[in-house]
Design a protein around this ligand. Structure first.
Ligand code: NOJ
Length: 794
């Protein structure tokens, strides 16, 4: 089954059959207030932190998966029947129509049943920490309809982990009352478990917020007690208050919290009714901005228009017209949209990242800027400055952090510090804003330094902790979190990490030259050359590079191993870093093609581990074919695309890129299961019986890398410190491509002519009608926009 398809303009994914293999989610958020919303209205909300400041509840490990949610239920007072406007939780009824549209920052569900059409649109306004459920009802029947409207959502208010593990105690601090003046339920908690993890010792503080819940109809009843509203031995599918049309008007000072409101309306034949439900969170001493008696829905509609405007603006930075509609759809809309989600969420709160454990990953955060920096560099600048605060004076970093507590773990993953220079250089390439380098930022432990100091310290830290033969030590893992027991004694080495270090060194050379920092340039160039020598002396296995060396120097990722023989990342990054010799680069890529190709992209390792190896780590405990143990791990697969491009194997690169596009890898949606409009972290490889099944949709580094590989390398607009390189690498079948890309306040309008059916090579380049030597655009401050015509040729 297909379950849905894109709208003609590509901006919405329209789900037409609600029984999808899994809940298909969207995000509604403004950078602070965030909701996950499934196509049935399920999902939860939080403000700034999904662990520490959860607003509404998710019932983990329950079936169906997306309960509870944000529900509006209608009751027909003539028949006594009641139904949800979002299908769940009353899904056993025969709906005449169901449609869910996931768009940028909103989800709209339309249903028809019992002669009533209902449309509910969920969104979060740009500047206000609130969620709006905007409803339109239409009476399709010929008679007047007396109805009741019930809206409700379960609350957490505070620490979501505590709600999960200590709810019977946690419910002694809730407080909900009905405020007659605003006609809203006002909920709070007199206790906030804002600690660093699970702990017996508890802090002594107030939850500093209030939740206000309002329905823009005359209120006829309310409940703050979940027990009272739902009733005994019932669920959200059949609350007793709705069945008996009898709200308890319960206000609680202890108990499981819900906010539930009831209104009675009369809907005349063929008439429509507009109303909204609004949930807003404010600090305790502040009044809400939206919640008030007689709130006008027009105001909310204006906020919805503002939201559209924000997304139009965000998506206006890239527009590609290639002969490949799915590529266009991805690069113009859904890929940048997903990148905006990962920028704010990192790996923090998704449906497969429960928002309880991880916080924001440093390595993830510094990669996730790659998408947002094109459209909103100022936000990226401030995010970089925040994230740098988690770096220690010696250059090492926390691995992850939580916003409220400003805490995290120092896990000693070997790659984490090196993502700092990565992010800073990418920011500079996009913006040319060198002023950030002078900005002072405190170190996490002591002292402070400029952003440039932070950058240099990160590299220096890694360079001063190399193994005795000059490779990067793996310590507790590298990018691959599951290679976590290779070097417990601190001697094991990572080949991928060695390449990554080489890549980072190379990445900062132009900056060091620009700043005339000859001392570091000389030091880093020498280090790079040494890595080149070491990689090629110790790490070549005959047809590919090995992946790692254990403390005792035994090898991981060799043809001599019965399992885990060849790892994708070691090959890709030997090429990306420029450390591989040209001949070995070619062989390494050929070996990947031979051993790691699947219909969905490239497997991360093969053969997948079937026997546990205690001295390798978690990878070998995971079932074969899933996650890091041999799945098509899209993040890694995208790097292979980049490596193939850099190795001038453009058709190969394109083949893998195309396979990975969600529209393709999700071609069998029942098998694929998760959302077909965004990249998933992994697709199960043929090493597992469920091959083709994907998981961990939305929150994956794949999003930004696929976006930037598509934009920078395939379409070929690659920002650098001094301007923009134009260097396309397109499939030979593409004869003409047009790309518009905003860059440093200008619009570059590029047309690529490929009459000879080539893959790359800029034969001639004209800018605003004038022939230019080379393929580098220095941005003339006088020129507003640049019309660029490129002819590919040898
Ligand atoms: C998911 C993690 O969030 C990411 O940081 C890591 O690099 C990959 N897993 C690979 O292990």
């Amino acid at each position: 089954m297909n379950y849905g398809s894109f709208s003609p303009d590509g901006r919405e994914f329209i789900i037409s059959e609600p029984r999808t293999p899994r809940p298909w989610f969207n995000y509604i958020w403004n950078g602070e207030y965030t909701g996950l919303i499934s196509h049935t209205g399920g999902g939860f909300s939080f403000c700034a932190s999904p662990r520490d400041n959860r607003v509404t509840r998710m019932r983990y490990n329950s079936l169906p998966w997306d309960r509870p949610g944000r529900y509006v239920i209608l009751k027909d007072l003539e028949t006594g029947k009641f139904w949800s406007l979002s299908w769940a939780p009353t899904l056993d009824l025969a709906y005449d129509r169901y449609e869910c549209r996931h768009g940028q920052g909103y989800t709209q569900i339309t249903t028809e049943i019992f002669g009533i059409r209902a449309q509910i649109t969920y969104f979060v306004p740009n500047q206000i920490n609130a969620e709006v459920w905007r409803v339109q009802l239409t009476n399709l029947s010929n008679r007047d309809r007396p109805l009741e409207v019930y809206s409700f959502v379960e609350l957490v208010m505070g620490n979501a982990l505590n709600d999960l593990i200590n709810q019977p105690n946690d419910k002694h601090f809730t407080d909900i009352h009905f405020d007659p003046s605003s006609q809203a339920l006002v909920a709070t908690r007199r206790y906030w478990v804002l600690n660093r993890g699970v702990s017996v010792k508890q802090p002594n503080m107030d939850w500093q917020y209030q939740v206000h819940f309002h329905q823009t109809l005359p209120i006829s009843g309310f409940d703050g007690s979940l027990d009272r509203f739902i009733g005994r031995w019932r669920s959200e599918a059949n609350p007793i208050a709705i069945e008996h049309s009898q709200m308890g008007n319960s206000e609680i000072t202890a108990g499981d919290p819900v906010v539930a409101l009831q209104s009675r309306v009369e809907l005349a034949a063929h008439q429509s009714l507009d109303f909204a439900v609004v949930l807003e969170i404010t600090p305790k001493n502040q009044s809400p901005q939206l919640i008030q008696n007689s709130l006008a829905v027009d105001l909310l509609d204006q906020l919805f228009q503002d939201l559209h405007q924000k997304w139009r603006q965000y998506l206006s930075h890239i527009h590609a017209e290639t002969p490949h509609p799915q590529f266009n759809l991805s690069i113009n809309i859904w890929n940048p949209y997903q990148a905006a989600v990962t920028f704010d969420m990192a790996r923090n709160a998704g449906y497969y990242h429960g928002g309880l454990l991880f916080g924001n990953g440093i390595r993830d955060q510094f990669q996730d800027i790659l998408g947002m920096v094109i459209a909103e560099p100022a936000r990226v600048r401030s995010r970089l400055l925040q994230a740098l605060k988690f770096q220690f004076q010696d250059g090492s970093t926390l691995h992850n952090f939580f916003k409220f507590t400003q805490t995290g773990e120092k896990t000693n993953h070997s790659d984490t510090p090196l993502w700092i220079p990565f992010g800073i250089v990418e920011y500079l390439n996009e913006t040319g804003d060198f002023s950030i380098l002078d900005q002072q930022v405190a170190f996490y432990d002591q002292g402070q330094g400029s952003v440039y100091d932070h950058l240099i310290q990160a590299i220096t830290y890694v360079l001063s902790n190399l193994s005795d033969r000059g490779m990067q030590k793996i310590r507790n893992g590298d990018w691959n979190d599951t290679l976590d027991y290779i070097g417990p004694e601190g001697k094991g080495e990572t080949v991928w990490g060695t390449c990554f270090l080489g890549y980072i060194l190379q990445k900062v050379f132009p900056l060091l030259r620009h700043l005339n920092d000859q001392m570091h340039l000389a030091e880093f160039e020498q280090a790079y050359e040494h890595l080149q020598q070491v990689l090629n002396q110790f790490c070549w296995d005959g047809a590919w590079y090995v992946r790692a060396f254990r403390d005792d120097r035994s090898v991981v990722g060799s043809h001599q191993d019965p399992q885990g023989q060849i790892f994708l990342n070691a090959q890709s990054w030997a090429v990306i870093s420029g450390l591989a010799t040209p001949e070995r680069a070619k062989m390494a890529i050929a070996s990947c093609v031979q051993h790691l190709s699947t219909p969905y992209g490239m497997q991360i390792v093969s053969p997948s581990y079937t026997q546990v190896e205690d001295n390798t780590g978690l990878i070998s405990r995971c079932v074969p074919g899933k996650k890091e143990n041999g799945a098509v791990f899209n993040h890694a697969s995208s790097w292979f695309v980049l490596a193939a491009i850099l190795n001038n194997q453009i058709e190969l690169a394109w083949q893998v890129y195309e396979q990975m596009l969600p529209a393709n890898s999700a071609f069998d949606r029942d098998r694929y299961e998760v959302e077909p409009y965004v990249f998933a972290e992994y697709v199960t490889s043929p090493d597992h019986p469920t091959q083709g099944q994907a998981s961990h949709s939305w929150l994956t580094g794949t999003a930004v890398w696929m976006l930037r590989i598509g934009l920078d390398y395939i379409l070929g607009l690659r920002p650098q410190l001094g301007g923009m390189v134009i260097d396309p690498h397109i499939p030979a079948a593409w004869q003409r491509v047009r790309v518009q890309r905003k860059f440093r306040g200008k619009l570059i309008d590029l047309t690529i002519h490929n009459s000879q059916g080539l893959n790359s090579g800029v034969q001639s380049l004209r800018v605003n009608g004038k022939q230019l030597q080379g393929n580098f655009l220095h941005l003339d401050p006088e020129t507003e926009n640049l019309t660029v015509e490129v002819e590919l040729g040898k």
